[in-house]
Design a protein around this ligand. Sequence first.
Ligand code: MTE
Ligand code: LUZ
Ligand code: MOS
Length: 753
Amino acid sequence: MKNIDAKSHLRGESIYVDDIPVREGTLYAAVFGSPMAHGLIKKLDLDAARAMDGVHGVLTACDIPGVNQIGGIVEDELLLADHELHYIGMPVAIVVAESEGIAKRAVAAIRIEIDELPVVVDPRQAHGVQDYLTAPRTFAIGDPAEVWSECSRVVSGRADIGGQEHVYLETQGTYVFPLESGNLKIHTSTQAPTHVQRMVARVLGTAMHRIEVDVIRIGGGFGGKEDQATPWACMATLAAHILNRPVKLILSRADDIRMTGKRHPYSFDFRIGLDRDHKIRAYEVDCFQNGGAAADLSPAIMERSLFHGSGSYYLPNAKITVYSCRTNLPPNTAFRGFGAPQAMFVLEAAIFKAAEELGVAPEVIQRANLLQDGDLFPYGQQAEGCRAVTCWEELEQTHGMEPLKEEVALFNRENSLRKKGYALFPLCFGISFTNTMLNQGRALVHVYTDGSVTVTTGVIEMGQGVNTKILQVAARTLGVSPGRIRVESTNTTRVANSSPTAASTGADLNGNATLLACRAIVGRLQRVAAQELGCSDTPERISFCDERVFIDAMPTAFTWFELISRAYARRVSLSEHAHYATPEIYFDKEKEKGHPFAYHVYGTVITTVTVDCVRGTYEIDAMRVVHDFGSSMNPDLDLGQIEGGIAQGVGLMTIEELLVNEQGRLVYDSLSSYKVPDIYSVPKLVDIVPLDSEPSPHAVFGSKAVGEPPLCYGISVYFALVRAMREFNPQFSLQLSAPMTHQKCLLSLYENL
Ligand code: MTE
Ligand code: LUZ
Ligand code: MOS
């Protein structure tokens, strides 16, 4: 089944916020953000902006009728600064004008005087004074302290991983229409319409039922619109509410990069202890998460780092601690992987360093410690249906690991200025929101009297193809052709209280709800058909397929359309609203133990790279993957997700560098200086072999979640590069600091040579 958006995307006909036809009377908003990373507002001069022709209003914190507070997990984030400024770009005032141009010129006319305060950008500095966004947390299993002395080798060190800009194609944006009686309709590019609805209601001091949020699709989110679409929607809605006019607020790329949060950079101190047989006896890590100026989703991201601190390995004694450090940067936020890639990176870094010190290949240690069925994760869940070893072995066989290694060795013998390296990475990613409460989905299905069908769920289509999967679920369950079904926009009035589309759970939660809704309708239609066919006592004999009614799996003369007419004539409901909650999951935060994940996704990658040791540039030759899809309901979409995830993971590990100076200013703040992967930076070959595994019981139709996990395959690129560089220069100091930019690569190649 092709992506249902393919045709309109290709023809440029798909609608995003900025494509919604503009209504008469629309005003345009632009936001004035703090020019300093930390300070107190001494004077805010809005007169020049207010006096400009075409300016209808300049709004500040004192214009907020409700509560000036948008913190979702911790209530520590103002919508508009009132006194203290915490990061460059922190919104201070909203200008509303007759055109975007006027609004921007008015923003430029705002003057501010600030009493500067010290700026902190390094999480270790915040840790030094225990300035945290939320209390530190530790996950532990066994006791590392007891076994260090028994280890044959103990290795410690520091590792670092940088942040990442989301670079969704559609920047943050909102278009709001005031309706009658103070009600408002909001079109916004968000992964979390209910979150927008709740926060708008809070800011306006009104009830959620007055606020309708509608999303057709978004032009990419990657986590950047899980929480951080909300402030812009609140600002536009505040303006529309106060001025009683439609208001549009679309961030320019420059403002979006400057003012919104990114993936969290982390810094780590690790210690790893091994036995003579390369088993990891003990592992301890302190993770310093750079959270930015407010909590946003940092506590949840911290949690996912803790959950993935043991990667795809069994660690009998481990202690993983995360400190969520407050810095003067835009609040960092969700980004595909949500703290897991960072935690996996430091463990791989520890294994890599230990391997170098022991003089063995890292894959020897990796292989010796792979998770197996029955093993405990540090959070108390037992590995079930574990595919770590299966994926690894399948990779050895299907991709011919030994010949690949020989090829690399041969190349390195024959070339002195170009060197190849390879690395493996085993993936294990937990599926479910770690906050159990969020694991619920809803769907509303209508069958119209002509037999056509609409489905509304709480899920957001952001390019991942989830609406196509929803449609597949409905088509298969109702036995009608996909062309008969339309997936509606996501709308808080039709489906309420939805969780964000995040944690890769969109298809599972909303697909399962769709399945339940369709099954309920099928149940009623079976009874109607049984009555019509004279077998009222045994409706279970009836089934639907290819728009026909079957009895005992034999086709009848009855079509879907006739059946729908009869059902309507018999006054049977043709609509259903269903709710799905993931079964069996729970987590006890006191004990830090539980069964938080419905299931895990596994996979293994082997990556080969070639480094140009004269220039410090490199190419990724190939990434060969064995991935556990369960039983994929749409292999094309799922392969697309893996390729996209890999490209983003490669960017994170190689060229995407978020450099911040001491004043808290982004150094690479545009797409001409912040490098995102292009066709030259992605692997020349991506070969994905599906593991033939069981359909997963909690995955919709047994098709495992695929959105975030594959990004982690990118981690292998870092270590493949270091190994290639070692072939040229065995002497450089091991920094374990991602991304490995071309610049860092070049400097290391000639360090101590
Ligand atoms: N794919 C595209 N094309 N665009 C996106 O924004 N977001 C990713 C992933 N794949 C994203 C994407 C993230 S961060 C998540 S959590 C999942 O999609 C969410 O969708 P799902 O739950 O339906 O997998
Ligand atoms: N959001 C969230 C997420 O609130 N909880 C999660 O566990 C999560 N995981 C991944 C991405 N977003
Ligand atoms: Mo994805 S980071 O869960 O939006």
